[in-house]
Every structure is written in structure tokens, then in C-alpha cells.
Design a binder for this molecule. Structure first.
Ligand SMILES: NC(=O)c1ccc[n+]([C@@H]2O[C@H](COP(=O)([O-])OP(=O)(O)OC[C@H]3O[C@@H](n4cnc5c(N)ncnc54)[C@H](O)[C@@H]3O)[C@@H](O)[C@H]2O)c1
Length: 488
């Protein structure tokens, strides 16, 4: 099969399709009368190249060739997949299909990105209606997996299968929508939420920002990993979905929404949903589902934390509140002993397939301890902003014992050398009294301007001298200076 896709309409959505196909090794031929299309697609592609390949843990295929065409017939010739993403106007879309069906391969699949039109409306009056299907993506098309694949009974089963396979081959999750309906499945929710949101703003109940906070700080993260029904199944607790529905069923009659056209809350509806929910999630106990949910939430919230965004920013603010009490400063610490530089619980996403902390996370913990030691001697964010910092030149970790998610770990740090531009520290990680690992780091002070070694500030020199003097009586730690021995 030739892997050539024609993109008809290269705006926000067409550009995303172009990127998805190209980065998955397809040749992409674009037709868009807008003279800016090439620039716009180039910009979408830059963002896609930055984000998509690293989502995979394996290399993506070599990028395909991208070409722009002034003539639609030229663009679609030889294409296996034709993706229409022109503006959402039925007359325009029908006109486009007429033109492209005269030129494209009768075996090519013509997917429409339409957010709202039914495939039967798009097939109306077409030269070959069986060739046209709705493939509705979500922005950014190069990252989000969902494609609503909406056929009609004019599309042969074998064509739907082929569409599904091709979409899957470029990393999509095609959701086969079995009955066509205006706006398919996902946009119906979005539309309902959007309409409520407009009322809330118009009635002065909430601002746009408050509405976004209500979504992203809570149920939005929950929905992202379990959707609606599995989440509510967990909310029903051990009594399950029927119980959940019995509890919340009467609310359908309450004025909790402006959308007051509600389905009759009958036993049949409860049975329909409870049975489908059993089929969907019944293989897990509620406790298991809770643990799956918690693992997912922790992973997502910690990812947001690294971006300091949304719920992740709240986590960082909470850490900042807790921090002053957690670790001693230069003046608070007993400098004659190794200094407490890290104290935390092992997060769920630090453990691996063996059920214990992943080896790379030991380094992450030791790196955090080094950062704290730097702060203690005065190399804090303010100092770094003024142009000096420490760069790590060498690390050596010894893994001594296992540790599991939730365990509370402490790292204590002995300074082996702190003089001039050199800083040599030895970290010991404990769970209670149990030694888990040691991490030895050698760092050099650098000027962030020249990126070359340079002496630290007199204040840092003085702090290091204080610690050196206080720790002079400590024995040289066992394992310090160790290296992996040559096999004999
Ligand atoms: N924006 C979204 O979030 C979103 C999400 C999913 C689906 N969609 C659907 O995708 C389609 C495109 O939406 P968009 O947001 O990318 O719009 P857009 O306005 O960003 O892009 C439309 C592009 O089509 C081009 N165009 C206009 N007439 C054309 C023609 N005759 N032939 C070829 N190209 C032509 C325009 O120059 C423009 O570049 C719509 O059907 C929309 O419903 C949009």
C-alpha cells in the first residue's frame, strides 16, 4: 500500500492531520487556496515535531515528504487517504467532494473532519457516496488519539475496517459510532457543557476563569482517565452502579441544569446502564478501580506539577507552604552530622514493573537532595538568577535495599569537599533506620554566562567552610570513592 495522504483544507485541523500522517511516515499532499497555508502548516509541524515523537518509547518511522499543490486534482492523485478539513459549511463540503471524486482513486477513503454534519448529509448527491465517511478528530490532531469514525449503511463493512486499520496505524483510537447523529458523541457533551457555561457566565454566577477551575481542578482530571460511567461506578462504592443511579436518579427532575429535557428515569434505563457498566468494568472490584484511578490521577497530577499548571500548580503551592518546616536551614541543622536534605514519600509513579522504586528515581531523589544542599550553602534560585550555579560532573549510586510506593524516605548529606569551585557530597538514603542507597556527587561551580568553572560567591565559600569544619570529625563514609570493580 502506498502511504500517501491528501489533506484538503490545511487550517487548524488539516494542519494537525498533515503532521500526524507525516510524522508516521506518510507522504502528505496539501491543497488549500489560502496563500498562508504553507506557513501555517509549517508552524503546526514544528509543534508536532517537538511533542509527538517523544510520546513514543520507540522511534517513529522516517518522516514522509510534504508537498503543496495548487490544483486539488493533483493533490489527491494516488492518495490512499483523503482528509477533508474545509470550513464547516455543507454546501462547500459537497462542492469539494464533487471536485475531488472526479480525480481521486475510487478505492481511496475520503474522511471528513466535520464536527457536526452526519455522514449521510455528506454523501448526499456524491459521485460515490460509499467512499465518504466521517473521521472526526480532536485538536491537537497530532496528539489526541480519539477519532470518531461515523459511517452510514452506504459504506461497505470492508471499507470501515480498512479505515479503522489505517487510523490505528498512525496512532489514533478510532471510535466506531454506530448510529449517525448531529455532532456525533463527544461534541454533544462539549455542547451541553458549553451551553451550561454560557448560562453561568451570562447569569453572573461564574467567570470564565472560575468555570475553567471547576473543570481542571477536579472532575476534568477524573474524566481524563476513566470517563463518566466508570467514574460514577466507583462513586457508587461497593453497592455499584444500580445504587449510584438510585441515589442520583431523582436529581434528574431538579433544576440542576438548564437542559431540562431529561430521559424518563425508568427501571429499564437503570438496567441498561448498570448492565453496560458491568460489562465495561465488572472485571475489577471497586477497591481495584479505586487504586487504578489513584495511580492514574497521581501520574497525571505529577505531570501537571512539572508544568506548574492547573492542578499541578496547586500541588506546588502546597509544597511551598509545607517546605519551611520540612528541612533544616544552615543555621537550624546540626552541622556536625550529615544534613537532612530530602524527606518525602515515594510517589506511585516512581515504582516500576518489579513493584519497587525505579533505579532512575534514586538519582532523581539524590538530585533533589543535591539541590537542597546547594540551597543550604546559598546557591538558591536568587543566586542562580545572578549568574552562578553548580553543574554535576559525576554521580555514583549504590543500590542497597528495596523501597516501595508510599514509603517515607530521608536523605542525609555529608560534604566530603567544599572548596573553591569544587563540591563533593555523599548522600545516604534511609527508610527509618534502614539504609536504602548511597549517592555520591561531584559538582563544579560554573558561571552561567561563560558556562565555564568559576569560583562561587564568598558567602557560599563561607558556608562550605562552616560545614567542612563541623563535619571534620565524621568518618569518611563507607562506599565513598567506590567504583564498579573490573571483572576478575
Ligand atoms: N477547530 C476545531 O477544534 C475542530 C475540531 C474537530 C473538527 N473540526 C472540523 O474541521 C473542519 C475544519 O476546521 P478548522 O478549525 O481547521 O477550520 P480553519 O478555518 O482553521 O481551516 C479551514 C481551511 O480550509 C481552507 N479552505 C477553504 N476553502 C477550501 C477549499 N475549497 N478547498 C480546500 N481548502 C479550503 C481554508 O483556507 C482554511 O485553511 C471543520 O469541518 C470543523 O468542523 C474542527
Amino acid at each position: 500500500m502506498t502511504k500517501t495522504a491528501a489533506i484538503i483544507g490545511g487550517g487548524v485541523i488539516g494542519g494537525g492531520w498533515a503532521a500526524r500522517f507525516l510524522l508516521n511516515g506518510w507522504d502528505v499532499r496539501v491543497f488549500d487556496p489560502d496563500p498562508e497555508a504553507e506557513r501555517k502548516i509549517g508552524e503546526v509541524l514544528d509543534n508536532a515535531r517537538r511533542s509527538l515523537p517523544g510520546l513514543s518509547d520507540v522511534p517513529l518511522p522516517a518522516e514522509g515528504a510534504l508537498s503543496f499543490h495548487d490544483d486539488m486534482a493533483d493533490a489527491v492523485q494516488g492518495a490512499t487517504w483523503v482528509q477533508e478539513s474545509v470550513p464547516e459549511r455543507l454546501d462547500l463540503k459537497l462542492k469539494v467532494y464533487k471536485g475531488l471524486q472526479e480525480a481521486c482513486d475510487p478505492d481511496a477513503i475520503i474522511g471528513s473532519s466535520t464536527s457536526g454534519f452526519k455522514p449521510s448529509e455528506l454523501q448526499e448527491g456524491a459521485l460515490r457516496p460509499e467512499q465518504i465517511v466521517v473521521t472526526h478528530p480532536f485538536n491537537p490532531v497530532y496528539l489526541l488519539p480519539l477519532i470518531e469514525l461515523v459511517p452510514t449503511d452506504k459504506n461497505p463493512q470492508q471499507m470501515i475496517e480498512r479505515a479503522r486499520e489505517l487510523l490505528t496505524s498512525v496512532g489514533f483510537f478510532p471510535l466506531h459510532v454506530k448510529k449517525e447523529i448531529d455532532a456525533h458523541i463527544a461534541d454533544r457533551f462539549l455542547e451541553a457543557v458549553w451551553r451550561e457555561a454560557l448560562w453561568l457566565v451570562k447569569d453572573g454566577i461564574a467567570t470564565t476563569e472560575e468555570i475553567d477551575e471547576a473543570i481542571r481542578m477536579g472532575f476534568g482530571i477524573r474524566w481524563a482517565q476513566m470517563g463518566l460511567f466508570e467514574t460514577y461506578r466507583v462513586a457508587g462504592g461497593e453497592a455499584g452502579m444500580r445504587h449510584f443511579m438510585a441515589q442520583f436518579g431523582p436529581a434528574l427532575k431538579w433544576p440542576w441544569t438548564k437542559l431540562m429535557d431529561v430521559p424518563e428515569f425508568t427501571d429499564e434505563l437503570v438496567d441498561l446502564i448498570a448492565d453496560q457498566s458491568d460489562a465495561q468494568s465488572g472485571m475489577h472490584s471497586i477497591r481495584e478501580l479505586e487504586r487504578i484511578r489513584d495511580n492514574n490521577l497521581v501520574g497525571m497530577m505529577r505531570a501537571l506539577k512539572a508544568q506548574n499548571y492547573g492542578a499541578g500548580a496547586v500541588l506546588n503551592q502546597h509544597d511551598a507552604l509545607l517546605k519551611p518546616g520540612a528541612l533544616p536551614s544552615l543555621d537550624q541543622a546540626d552541622l556536625s552530622q550529615p544534613i537532612l536534605t530530602l524527606s518525602r514519600a515515594v510517589p506511585l509513579d516512581w515504582t516500576d514493573y518489579n513493584g519497587h522504586m525505579n533505579e532512575a528515581k534514586y538519582l532523581e531523589a539524590f538530585a533533589a537532595a543535591t539541590d537542597r544542599f546547594m540551597e543550604i550553602i546559598g546557591c538558591d534560585m536568587e543566586y542562580i538568577a545572578s549568574g552562578g550555579s553548580y553543574f554535576t560532573a559525576e554521580n555514583h549510586i549504590r543500590y542497597i535495599d528495596e523501597v516501595h510506593a508510599g514509603a517515607k524516605i530521608d536523605v542525609r548529606t555529608q560534604m566530603l569537599l567544599g572548596q573553591g569551585k569544587k563540591l563533593h557530597v555523599f548522600h545516604s538514603m534511609y527508610e527509618g533506620d534502614k539504609l536504602l542507597a548511597t549517592g555520591e556527587s561531584f559538582l563544579l561551580h560554573v558561571s552561567l554566562e561563560t558556562r565555564r568553572p568559576s569560583p562561587p560567591s564568598p558567602k557560599i565559600e563561607a558556608a562550605m567552610a562552616r560545614i567542612a569544619e563541623a563535619q571534620a570529625g565524621l568518618p569518611y563514609p563507607e562506599g565513598a570513592g567506590a567504583a564498579i570493580r573490573k571483572p576478575s
